[in-house]
Design a protein around this ligand. Structure first.
Ligand SMILES: Nc1ncnc2c1ncn2[C@@H]1O[C@H](COP(=O)(O)OP(=O)(O)OP(=O)(O)O)[C@@H](O)[C@H]1O
Ligand SMILES: [Mg+2]
Length: 439
């Protein structure tokens, strides 16, 4: 009963619709589609400047995946070419800035992960380095300190508080920081030599760009200035635009690189790539209850939010399996798939009707159907959305936000910034309303 998940039964090693970001590894590199140009730009930005790179793009469009895979490609490039190519080392996890966390607490969290990245990659590079590294890189790879660190960092992970830990290997919080920064400076004497790359993700969760800006300013002298660590900051809803205007951060952050959602063509390719990658074997027949075309249409309905698209595809697979359905032809698959999607949308719509009145739904539909808004608007757009004032529009935005159909930033710095956007769920409801009207 517990041995085979639905995808094993359908001829796959695991779900082709995982919604987790792609990692900095071979699998991530294999699965990433349609980002050649973005990789080129991001790599250039990373190796040409010490300032942090900012990735600005819609929620779920693939910013973290792009960052992770580009870093991995940077590491692979070094393994093939050696010095003087820059060495980019991925950090195993990304970081989020929490409102309650101090800059020092985050710094300690980051340094532990950076040390771990040096340790983990040391053993990988020891075996894989084809061409001799620089003296410093070799010294690091062969240093007895690597083993000592492994123990010390493990005990820091266990203790978490960063106090006086593991006296046996002479580790204290400040001693650790000193040794680590020394190594980083030796291994990566200049920005062009690369660095351990850390990703700060989901800055939009701080909601206000003033808040995000203050938090990043506080990191300037604790983290952003450490030699040998390179930074990528990811944010949606233009929050980074508010951050880079800070005079205190001038020279520390690069102009944001806009990340667009994947094109429709790429969404189809993503589906086929995953089917091929996760299949158990060529000889085994694979089965999925939706076709690449259905996936493509779903991606259009959800206005190119890849994460939600993958998530709905997975929910649908579960539904089909739970109900013992197994549509065979593409036409049959489409019929069952869109029937399910409609029922799901209807359930959500009926659930929110007691809360969201006609005016709120009309506001959603107007923002969705306006070709120049493309689902994003600012408070100043109230007259174009049929409201006499911002005050008149505000309660309806709030209702739609509470229902999860809009995502609104409570802002502040730049009144022209588009701070309100339709979520994946909002686009699904819009599709439902349009489909109802057509039938
Ligand atoms: N270029 C790509 N090729 C294939 N799959 C991708 C690509 N980009 C993203 N994905 C997939 O889409 C989903 C969302 O990607 P990711 O988490 O990187 O987006 P994001 O922009 O960082 O989202 P958020 O704004 O919520 O942080 C993940 O499941 C990821 O595997
Ligand atoms: Mg992300």
């Amino acid at each position: 009963m517990f041995d085979n998940n639905i995808y094993n039964d359908w001829g796959f090693k695991e779900s082709p619709f995982s919604k987790k970001p792609l990692h900095s590894n071979e699998t991530g590199d294999n699965l990433l589609v349609g980002r050649d140009e973005d990789i080129r730009k991001l790599a250039l930005k990373m190796i040409s400047s010490d300032a942090a790179v900012c990735l600005d793009g819609p929620v779920g469009a693939g910013k973290t995946s792009l960052a992770n895979v580009t870093i991995y490609k940077g590491m692979k490039n070094f393994l093939v070419k050696g010095v003087p190519s820059p060495l980019l080392l991925p950090c195993a996890r990304s970081f989020q800035i929490k409102p309650e966390q101090s800059a020092d607490e985050l710094k300690f969290e980051v340094l532990i992960e950076v040390a771990q990245a040096l340790i983990d990659n040391a053993s990988k590079l020891q075996y894989a380095l084809k061409i001799g590294g620089s003296i410093e890189v070799n010294a690091w790879l062969n240093s007895p300190l690597i083993n000592q660190w492994r123990e010390g960092v493990a005990s820091m992970f266990a203790n978490g508080d960063g106090g006086q830990v593991n006296e046996g290997v002479g580790f204290s919080k400040s001693g650790f920081e000193k040794v680590l920064t020394n190594w980083l400076e030796k291994i990566f004497p200049g920005g062009q030599n690369g660095g351990v790359v850390c990703v700060i993700d989901n800055l939009e969760l701080l909601e206000k760009s003033a808040e995000a800006r203050k938090k990043i300013e506080n990191l300037r002298d604790t983290l952003l200035n450490i030699r040998g660590i390179k930074w990528i900051l990811c944010g949606a809803h233009g929050i980074l635009q508010g951050v880079i205007t800070s005079p205190r951060l001038a020279g520390y952050l690069q102009e944001p690189l806009p990340i667009k959602p994947l094109t429709l063509k790429n969404a189809g390719e993503l589906f086929n790539r995953r089917v091929n990658f996760f299949k158990i074997a060529d000889e085994v027949d694979q089965y999925l209850p939706l076709s690449s075309r259905d996936f493509h249409t779903l991606y259009t309905i959800l206005q190119h939010n890849l994460r939600i698209c993958l998530s709905y595809a997975e929910d649908y697979c579960m539904h089909v399996s739970m109900h013992g359905l197994k549509p065979q032809s593409d036409a049959e698959k489409s019929q069952i798939f869109f029937g399910w999607l409609k029922e799901r949308a209807k359930g959500i719509y009926e659930g929110l009707r007691p809360h969201a009145g006609e005016t709120a739904i009309k506001l959603l539909c107007m923002a969705a159907s306006s070709s120049d808004m493309e689902g994003e608007f600012s408070p100043g757009d109230h007259d174009r959305l049929g409201f006499s004032s911002l005050q008149a529009m505000r309660p309806h935005v709030k209702t739609l936000e509470d229902c999860g159909l809009l995502s609104a930033q409570k802002d502040d710095l730049d009144q022209r910034r588009k701070t309100i956007s339709i979520t994946g769920k909002g686009w699904l409801i819009y599709w439902y309303k349009v489909t109802l009207a057509q039938n």
